[in-house]
Write a protein that binds this ligand. Structure first.
Ligand code: FAD
Length: 286
């Protein structure tokens, strides 16, 4: 059965949680399996907002939520306090991350990599633990073999499920899955998909995370860069094409990076909502 889920980010400093209500209401109507909430690696204000948004998703919209938890600028004490608050709020799913290193902030003395955090959570509390993975390898890793070796350590430390970085060529995902299988990684891997609706945004994100832009995709960006609606249509169609292929190939889950824009998420959901029913008639998952 294929899971279908969304990522949202919490309000920024000058916004209130209320601003997210309309977004969550739209996404909630699609009955996703879960919604995950990001957490800025070096931002303590954002951390409180993350927990509040995650609680709102579960309490008001009755949808399971995942709390992203980066550790690179944190300490055992801070992480313990956050985990305690998660328990109190009934938030029992954590996406355990190292996080990106923020210049000028002191690095953690307790955690160097995500697997340190995963072992720490596993020893302390009973959480469902998710971790990040990278079909095109993490940007700091020398090669994919080294990266998969580190990923295996994360899984051995207690990861229950993996969510991938965004990618635009499904072949990269299939090759990655094969490498994971060869190295004995057996946990479910959810595919992270980000529909492109804006050229600048996608070039920036792809530069940041190292995602390759296939020629087919570059053509779309070049042809429609000055036509917002056309670019949106083509970007959504591209994401739908990727998702249809992934679900047909038996992917464990689709995780949509929404960037807090629900229009694309709704259109994608509408286009693929009946797909997994052929594999599993019992539950209307999508
Ligand atoms: P790790 O698994 O620790 O890996 C980081 C690098 O170190 C990799 O190159 C790995 O190969 C290497 N490595 C791992 N273990 C070792 C070891 N023992 N020795 C040497 N090298 C090692 N960032 C945020 O700040 N907030 C978020 O909310 C957020 N959400 C995300 C959600 C998803 C689904 C994904 C894919 C990423 C997210 N990120 C987020 C970004 C993430 O924090 C960065 O990609 C970060 O650079 C790596 O985090 P990680 O948990 O994958 O790190």
């Amino acid at each position: 059965m294929c899971s279908f889920s969304f990522e949202v980010f919490p309000p920024r400093r000058d916004e209130t949680i209320k601003n997210l209500d309309a977004i969550l209401e739209d996404l909630g109507r699609l009955s996703p399996n879960f919604i995950s909430v990001t957490f800025g690696a070096g931002d303590s204000i954002n951390s409180q907002n993350t927990l509040e948004v995650a609680s709102l998703i579960q309490e008001k919209y009755q949808i399971p939520s995942i709390v992203h938890l980066p550790c690179i600028h944190s300490s055992k004490e801070k992480i313990t306090a956050i985990l305690k608050e998660c328990k109190q709020r009934g938030l029992n799913k954590i996406l355990a991350l190292r996080g990106d290193v923020c210049e000028g902030l002191e690095k953690s003395k307790d955690f160097s990599y995500a697997n340190d955090l995963i072992s720490f959570i596993k020893k302390q509390e009973n959480f469902e633990i998710y971790a990040a993975c990278y079909p095109e390898k993490h940007s700091e890793a020398k090669n994919i073999i080294e990266d998969i070796h580190h990923l295996k350590n994360k899984v051995n430390a207690g990861t229950d499920k993996l969510i991938t970085q965004l990618f635009y060529d499904n072949e990269d995902f299939y090759a990655f899955k094969q490498n994971c299988a060869l190295s004995g990684i057996k946990v479910p891997i959810y595919a992270g998909i980000m529909p492109i609706t804006n050229k600048r945004q996608i070039l920036k994100i792809s530069q940041l995370c190292g995602a390759k832009i296939p020629t087919k995709f570059t053509k779309i960006l070049e042809k429609y860069e000055n036509n917002t609606l056309a670019l949106e249509d083509a970007g959504i169609a591209y994401a739908i094409d990727q998702i249809v292929d992934l679900i047909t190939s038996g992917v464990d889950g689709i995780h949509l990076y929404t960037m807090n824009k629900t229009k694309a998420a709704i259109r994608i959901y509408e286009a693929v909502k009946h797909l997994p029913k052929e594999e599993n008639e019992a539950k209307n998952v999508l």
